[in-house]
Design a protein around this ligand. Structure first.
Ligand code: GLN
Length: 487
């Protein structure tokens, strides 16, 4: 029987299920028991789909008995609550969506289910994925399993905490400006933001459509490769999904890194970085060198404009995307309205949280006539310069390495009333979304206070394989990914 306090890795689970060490039902029940034991403290989930998970697990056991060998068969997954799941609430942790239930599955969810996954529930996030701590959730905050007084990061903090607390085998998150990598780093798990267009966005509730991507959050790089094989690839339902060949990512795991060049962006080790984070990342770079990789210093000179550029463009897109929440189509409608305008206004006033309102206002402002050229258009130009920085850097190396976040996990409430401080801490993760390139966070150390630190690896467009190769070889040489908090 699976040890209920020790959800196996995805690879281990598949092997054990094949060898009939335990059934999918037993594995699912062990995850549910783990939730019973720790959820009151961690609060990673917004909805737990107990009955449905048990039904799916039983169906998986029947498929296993028939000799089916689908890649996720019987694997219990957690899904971020901005990814649509039929029959379960999909609320984006926003009051405005109420208990909205999507009539269809997101393509990534559909593909995971067809591959045999069991869905345990929907995980918490900053409302509409806007934030870096999960404190902006309109429902409740999630806590970091390594230190319950700290945040798990965000916005996919629920998925990261659920993986770290072993309340699932693996999870899906979304990343618009770091929301997979930063919480993965804060919680000591592996997270991949794929190339823009690699994974279908169909059924991912839009925050900033030109930046959003769904990706895996797992215990290991191996597990992320298996999950990517399932969720990646062209989807006719998302015209921005790319029609490029989908390699078998697991094939990239055991390639040699000897002689590969790793670029170290000078701008990612300047003032503001916590010394313990810097040390952990520098040690990780030494590990890469010991594996035979060559390091070169590179420059990403427009890094200083990344925060401003991202917050102008992401808010502009959000203000347009969020105009659909009008009190008519979904979820919450005010009871205090004398006419149609008041109905719209009061529904939005009551339904959206502070941070979402701040961004709608900012986004509407930068798109308004008279300010469009000064902000939005300039932001688009800066985005091109940031993208070119990466193109130049990748002329000198195969992969880039650096931190995900200048700081380890913050204390709850530490940055909540200073949005500017919160935005500035996104400095190392937002440029990859602006450029559209893939990036991965792997655990690479701990602070003296036992808070995990992540190493960020970045590759050119559609070169996820490079990330899988380097990430896997790093995990073979280290055991940070094997460490889990005691709860
Ligand atoms: N922290 C960033 C923001 O608040 C990124 C969020 C995300 O990637 N969804 O916008």
């Amino acid at each position: 029987m699976a040890d209920p306090t020790n959800a196996p890795t995805l690879l281990q689970a598949r092997e054990d299920l094949k060898n009939k060490k335990y059934s999918a039902l037993e594995l699912t029940e062990s995850c549910l028991r783990r939730m019973d034991a720790v959820e009151d403290r961690v609060q990673a989930y917004l909805h737990i789909s107990r009955e449905q998970a048990i039904e799916q697990a039983k169906a998986a056991d029947e498929r296993i008995a028939r000799g089916d060998d689908a890649p996720l068969l019987g694997v219990p997954l957690a899904i971020k609550d901005n990814i649509c799941t039929q029959g379960l609430p999909s609320t984006c942790a926003s009051k405005i969506l109420g208990q909205f239930k999507s009539p269809y599955n997101a393509t990534s969810v559909d593909r995971a289910l067809k591959a045999g996954a069991v869905i345990l529930g929907k995980t918490n996030l900053d409302e509409f994925a806007m934030g870096s701590t999960t404190e902006n959730s309109g429902i409740h905050p999630t806590r970091n399993p390594w230190d319950l007084e700290r945040v798990p990061g965000g916005s996919s903090g629920g998925s990261a905490a659920a993986v770290a607390a072993k309340e699932c085998v693996a999870a899906l998150g979304s990343d618009t400006g770091g929301s997979i990598r930063q919480p993965a780093s804060f919680c000591g798990v592996t997270g991949l933001k794929p190339t823009y267009g690699r994974v279908s966005r169909f059924g991912l509730v839009a925050f900033a459509s030109s930046l959003d991507q769904i990706g895996p959050m797992t215990q290991t790089v191996d597990d992320a490769a298996v999950l990517m094989n399932v969720i990646g690839g062209k989807d006719p339902l998302d015209s921005t999904s790319a029609d490029v060949p989908m390699p078998d990512f697991t094939q990239a795991l055991n390639r040699n890194v000897k002689g590969m060049k790793v670029g170290i962006p000078r701008e990612y080790f300047t003032e503001g970085i916590d010394p313990e984070v810097e040390t952990a990342v520098q040690n990780a770079i030494k590990t890469l060198q010991s594996l035979g990789m060559e390091t070169v210093e590179v420059s990403l000179p427009h890094t200083k404009y990344a925060v401003a550029t991202y917050y102008i463009l992401a808010c502009a897109e959000a203000s347009a995307n969020l105009s659909r929440y009008d009190g008519v189509k979904y979820g919450h409608r005010t009871e205090h309205a004398g006419n149609l305008m008041e109905m719209y206004e009061n529904s939005r006033e009551e339904g959206f949280g502070e941070e979402v309102k701040r961004r709608i206002i900012l986004g509407t402002f930068v798109l308004s006539s008279g300010y469009y050229d000064a902000y939005y258009l300039k932001g688009q130009k800066a985005r091109t310069l940031i993208k070119r920085d990466f193109e130049e850097a990748f002329k000198q190396c195969d992969v880039l390495a650096g931190p995900n976040c200048p700081l380890p996990a913050f204390k709850l409430n530490e940055k909540l009333d200073d949005p500017m401080q919160m935005y500035l801490a996104d400095i190392y993760t937002i440029s990859m979304n602006l450029a559209g390139i893939p990036a991965m966070s792997v655990p690479c150390g701990q602070t003296q206070g036992k808070l995990p630190v992540g190493l960020q690896l970045m590759a050119p467009h559609f070169q996820e394989e490079t990330l899988f190769t380097v990430g896997k070889q790093f995990q073979l040489a280290t055991d940070f990914h094997k460490q889990f908090p005691t709860l």
